[in-house]
Design a protein around this ligand. Structure first.
Ligand code: NAP
Length: 304
């Protein structure tokens, strides 16, 4: 049996792993795919302290992973199907069998929100994308639409400007939510054009994207923008499937935890984007990962 199982190897899970391994807890970190989480889709991280010139998302998490392994953290690729909380022992059912631990840290993160409009799922991977870092280079000198007005949307629009000929940023209001510095950069970028007060109603195309149908919410005017790609950055949904039936969630499904990362279930801690909170950043995720590991250590000691 493990002392601690951490589920999810983004910055929150890897940091929890570093702290747990240094505390000499018998710890296993489980990840479905490769370690990294959403940060892997970020080309350049500019606001994580310590990297004056910024650092690529891939390199940052790779460093975190190597750091955790240096302290002896075990990281395995196993997809978790279910959790069982019958007693003080937590059972983690994976695609390879059952594992047991005294405490769990859930750091499964969040997944991009879909628009939920006609044509979106049919054309996903054929012109509709949720990752500019992954797909941006396919749109060299082409025209693309990008939906959203938050930090992710504006960062990704600026990244796309390296490749695309024009980026139409479609936002449902006439003011961006993104941080002011990103706004200034976007307004100064000639390739970025804003389509204000507009919502998307349909993505048009057969084997690839040919356009996006929009409606101005103030005038009710409907119009089509001919584009070859559509990027969607309208927020995220928590990956709460494993716990949604037995842990307290907020109205959007994010897991509620106190300052010590304790959830409503004793011995179950959370960290990172899955947690209900104000600010989803790498810097907040790592702080929560460290706290969750420390709190889990105290919990495990109290159970022994
Ligand atoms: P977000 O801050 O929730 O922004 C989502 C954007 O999409 C908002 O502009 C919202 O419009 C719009 N939107 C939501 N639902 C929509 C819909 N159905 N149709 C059209 N537009 C819709 O999400 P995010 O940008 O992914 O950021 C998530 C978190 O990560 C935030 O805390 C953010 O600060 C953080 N983040 C930080 C950085 C950075 O610091 N460099 C980078 C990326 C993300 P409204 O504005 O009208 O609500």
């Amino acid at each position: 049996m493990e002392d601690l199982i951490i589920i999810g190897a983004g910055p929150a899970g890897l940091t929890a792993g570093i702290y747990a391994a240094r505390a000499r807890l018998k710890t296993l970190l489980l990840e479905r795919l490769a370690p990294g989480g959403q940060v892997l889709t970020t080309d350049r991280v500019e606001n994580y302290p310590g990297f004056v010139e910024g650092i690529s998302g891939f390199e940052l998490v790779d460093r975190m992973k190597r750091q955790a392994e240096r302290f002896g953290l075990k990281i395995e690729n196993q997809e978790v199907a279910r959790l069982k909380f019958n007693s003080e022992i937590k059972t983690v059912v994976t695609d390879r069998g059952e594992l047991e631990a005294r405490a769990l840290i859930l750091a499964c993160g969040a997944t991009p929100q879909k628009l939920g409009i006609e044509g979106e799922s049919m054309l996903t991977g054929k012109g509709v994308s949720y990752c500019a870092t992954c797909d941006g280079p396919f749109y060299r000198d082409q025209e693309v639409a990008l939906v959203g007005g938050g930090d992710t949307a504006i960062e990704e629009a600026l990244f796309l400007a390296r490749f695309a000929g024009k980026i139409h940023v479609i936002h449902r209001r006439d003011e961006l939510r993104a941080t002011k510095l990103l706004q200034e950069r976007a307004f100064a970028e000639e390739k970025i054009e804003f389509v204000w007060d507009s919502i998307a109603s349909r993505i048009v195309g057969e084997s690839g994207v040919e356009g996006i149908d929009l409606k101005n919410v103030k005038t009710d005017k409907e119009f089509r923008l001919p584009v070859q790609g559509v990027f969607v950055f309208i927020g995220t949904n928590p990956n709460n499937e494993l716990v949604k039936d037995f842990v307290k969630l907020d109205e959007r499904g994010f897991v509620i935890a106190n300052n010590d990362m304790e959830t409503s279930v004793p011995g179950l801690f959370v960290a990172g984007d899955i947690r209900s909170k104000l600010l989803r950043q790498i810097s907040t995720a790592v702080g929560e990962g460290a706290t969750a590991a420390f709190a889990a250590e105290k919990y495990i000691d109290s159970q022994k």
